[in-house]
Design a binder for this molecule. Structure first.
Ligand code: NAD
Length: 436
């Protein structure tokens, strides 16, 4: 099939690359000329495990191409994916300006029947808006389909190539046939392609993200209560996660969820509820709890240092919103950097992938080190923000020499309490007793 992908970010580039890998001819379109130039030269613009190999193979074999020109990109395309940003607008609702601009531009340049597929996360009713925007100037038949994406950054290639399910919202039989053919190579093991109407497909994506954000937040509230009653949230996690009705995943307590999806999608769903005169109380509580959770370590740090952080130096391990990504959108680390710098502290940070993005955003506020141990040198304490596996079994003997105080504030509960007590550390974590 000939496929155009409009928007070449985390979703668009994975979509384009993976469909090229299954033998399609793919052209990716992006307005960012620098990014397109890089990709044309074989340089992948994002970090996503496993993607580079597929990106290079398919580019070299001529199935994956890049352009800044929408008309060149969609020429002869049978399907057009919209993988454009839908950031929160000023009122919290998803801003559709990127999607509707491209829809406007598409109308006059479509030359043959095409299925326009909305892969971005968009509020209920967007497919109808896209349909109307294209129809204003279209001279050919087309269908607009809602096909929300469920990939996780960090394992995006695997998620895309072997999706748990594919959700497709359309009432058109013609579009259904195209979508079935397109996804057939990815669901050979029998995972379902679930057809529904456009509005239900749009809602499915928000329901999934809001549910997962709620699950994390519920566990964070249990953790907060554990601290007050003297229980250990990790034991609770094991105790309830083994119940098949609950499941083991998304039960890890920590300093809140971040990333480009959960915060904005929970906010947008709450906005949709409000617009439809529904008071979605849980979502408001989820946002409220998560807001506080992100800087939950700050009072602990203040307690340890007697409320005076001026002149203190903190080593920060992890900046990305989760491991295996360079994405720092809404990363809890950024909120902690702001709070600590405001209190007069200095930060030396290390992250295996996210440092260039943080440098571009707040490079003047903190310094970066070439490895985790370099960050510890003469630091007053260690702060852990992201659960990169390489932080899980550090060399405590080396750390002892470098750190000024043997104290760790761990926002991701990486270490066992008895192990850390044996090493002689003061250890603050989430939902567990403090080790002194
Ligand atoms: P992104 O910001 O990484 O990428 C968007 C790309 O679109 C950028 O490269 C940008 O330059 C390009 N763009 C903007 N306007 C354009 C235009 N007019 N023409 C061509 N290109 C244009 O975004 P993302 O993380 O890939 O997310 C895209 C959508 O997918 C969002 O709605 C998001 O909520 C959703 N989503 C994201 C994830 C994720 O993990 N990142 C997962 C599922 C769904």
């Amino acid at each position: 099939m000939r496929i155009a992908v409009i928007g070449t970010g985390y979703v668009g580039l994975v979509t384009g690359t993976c469909f090229a890998e299954t033998g399609n001819q793919v052209i990716c379109v992006d307005i960012d000329a620098k990014k397109v130039e890089k990709m044309k030269n074989g340089v992948i613009p994002i970090y996503e495990p496993g993607l580079e190999e597929l990106f290079l193979r398919n580019s070299n074999e001529g199935r994956l191409k890049f352009t800044t020109s929408l008309s060149e990109g969609i020429k002869d395309a049978q399907v057009i994916f919209l993988a454009l940003p839908t950031p929160p607008g000023a009122d919290g609702s998803a801003d559709l300006k990127y999607i509707l601009k491209v829809a406007d531009d598409l109308g006059p340049i479509l030359e043959n029947y095409v299925v326009v597929i909305d892969k971005s996360t968009v509020p209920v009713g967007t497919a109808e808006k896209v349909q109307a925007a294209i129809a204003k100037n279209a001279k050919v038949e087309f269908d607009v389909v809602s096909n929300p994406e469920f990939l996780r950054e960090g394992v995006a290639v695997e998620d895309f190539m072997k999706p748990d399910r594919v959700v497709i919202g359309t009432k058109s039989d013609k579009a259904k046939a195209v979508m079935t053919k397109l996804y057939a190579p990815l669901v050979r093991q029998g995972n379902p392609v679930i057809f529904m109407d456009e509005r239900s497909a749009e809602m499915t994506k928000y329901a999934a993200n809001a549910f997962l954000a709620t699950k994390i937040t519920f566990m964070n509230e249990i953790a907060n209560l554990c601290e007050k009653v003297g229980a250990n949230v990790d034991d609770i996690r094991r105790g309830i996660g083994t119940d098949s009705r609950i499941g083991k995943r998304f039960l890890f307590a920590g300093i809140g969820y971040g990333g480009s999806c959960f915060p904005k999608d929970v906010q947008a769903l709450e906005k949709t509820s409000k617009e439809n005169d529904y008071d979605f109380k849980i979502l408001k509580a989820v946002m409220d709890v998560n807001e506080n959770q992100k800087t939950k370590l700050i009072p602990m740090i203040n307690e340890y240092f007697g409320g005076d952080l001026k002149g203190k130096t903190f080593a920060m391990w992890g900046l990305a919103f989760k491991p295996y990504t360079d994405d720092i959108r809404e990363a809890p680390a950024l909120y902690n950097i702001d709070a600590l710098v405001e209190a007069g502290a200095t930060i030396k940070a290390y992250d295996p992938e996210a440092m260039p993005n943080v440098e571009a955003l707040v490079g003047d506020k903190i310094t970066f080190t070439s490895g985790p141990y370099e960050a510890l040198k003469d630091a007053d304490a260690l702060l852990i923000m992201t659960e990169w596996p390489q932080f899980r079994t550090p060399e405590f003997e080396v750390m002892n020499v470098l750190l000024k105080n043997k104290v760790i504030f761990d926002g991701r509960n990486l270490y066992e309490l008895d192990e850390i007590a044996e090493k002689g550390y003061t250890y603050y974590s989430i939902g567990r007793e403090t080790v002194n």
